[in-house]
Design a protein around this ligand. Structure first.
Ligand SMILES: Nc1nc2c(c(=O)[nH]1)N[C@@H](CN(C=O)c1ccc(C(=O)N[C@@H](CCC(=O)O)C(=O)O)cc1)CN2
Length: 287
């Protein structure tokens, strides 16, 4: 029997509808939530993601502004742009599309974004708060995975979650969010010896390693929930995940497809965080 598909497009759409209602309520109170998207250089994939983010904002009535800077922009010039956005009243969320050109230090740039506008949840303060379980913006991809599990009725407490991947923006925060929901979490990565001996123990397997079709049937326990965070191109330039879907289908109880699984949730949770930022600003103004 085939695995049940966790449909990120459908779940994302449901969440976006409720975010759109919150936007409408804010507008009634005279506030239009605004997102600034900063894109540096000519990375084609980044340009597509940024376009999709802007379209998604417009679709639910939010304002979005693109700050497009050339590849040769210096770090100082970029920091000046971020400071300007930090001080703008009409901008509630700021995101700098990653990756940045090699001559720019991502950590320095991200740390410059005002924490109350850090809707990507990447700044050291946001990450620290998340680690402590304090209220903050959660990074959009792991936050989206948590919503996929919730909307699919998948129990987390008491389950063994195995993360394959240790990036700052997915793997590390993913484990933390699952831990906060009482999962037992194991972190693994591409250099873990005998990886299948770990992944085979997973009730919930998160593949975020960034390698096309890396997770095969030998990695997956019968009945596991498999979440594929990868976005790769295979040898035929076809979009694929980190999981070999054809092999794992039928072994997993549930699986996310690529495309149409985790990807759409990343942008959904960005909209969610930006509306949250605008609501918080309005609430503080009324105090
Ligand atoms: N500042 C940020 N930079 C990057 C992030 C991020 O969350 N913040 N994540 C990724 C890229 N990303 C968003 O920026 C992103 C990637 C993929 C998708 C998505 O919807 N994917 C689709 C397929 C799209 C396609 O056809 O290529 C899917 O999986 O269905 C959305 C957002 C790195 N940078």
């Amino acid at each position: 029997m085939s695995s049940a598909i966790i449909n990120g497009k459908e779940i994302g759409q449901e969440i976006r509808s409720s975010v759109a209602e919150r936007v409408a309520r804010l507008k009634e109170q005279g506030l239009i939530p605004g997102l600034a998207v900063v894109l540096v250089g000519d990375n084609q994939a980044s340009a597509t993601y940024v376009r999709n983010k802007q379209k998604s904002c417009e679709a639910i009535g939010m304002f979005s502004e693109l700050i497009k800077l050339p590849e040769e922009t210096t770090q100082e010039e970029l920091l000046v742009q971020i400071e300007l956005l930090n001080n703008r009243e009409d901008i509630h969320g700021i995101l700098v599309q990653l990756p940045l050109p090699k001559h720019i230090d991502e950590d320095t740039v991200i740390a410059t974004i005002a924490v109350e506008k850090d809707v990507d949840g990447f700044s050291p303060v946001s990450v620290g708060k998340m680690m402590l379980g304090q209220e903050t913006f959660l990074p959009c991809t792991p936050f989206g995975v948590m919503k996929l599990l919730e909307y699919s009725g998948i129990e987390i407490a008491g389950k063994h979650a195995v993360i394959v991947g240790r990036s700052h923006i997915v793997g590390k925060p993913m484990g933390q969010l699952l831990l906060q929901k009482d999962a037992t979490v194991t972190y693994t990565h591409s250099k873990t010896p005998d990886l299948p001996s770990f992944t085979k123990q997973a009730d919930i397997l998160i593949a975020a390693v960034g390698r096309a079709n890396f997770i095969t049937k030998e990695h997956v326990k019968e009945g596991a929930v498999v979440i594929d965070v990868g976005i790769n191109r295979d040898e035929n330039n076809k979009l694929c995940g980190d999981v070999n879907f054809a092999e794992v289908d039928g072994i997993a109880s549930h699986i996310t497809p690529v495309p149409g699984g985790v990807g759409p949730m990343t942008i959904t949770m960005l909209l969610f965080n930006t509306v949250q930022a605008a609501e918080t600003k309005l609430a503080n103004k009324m105090k």
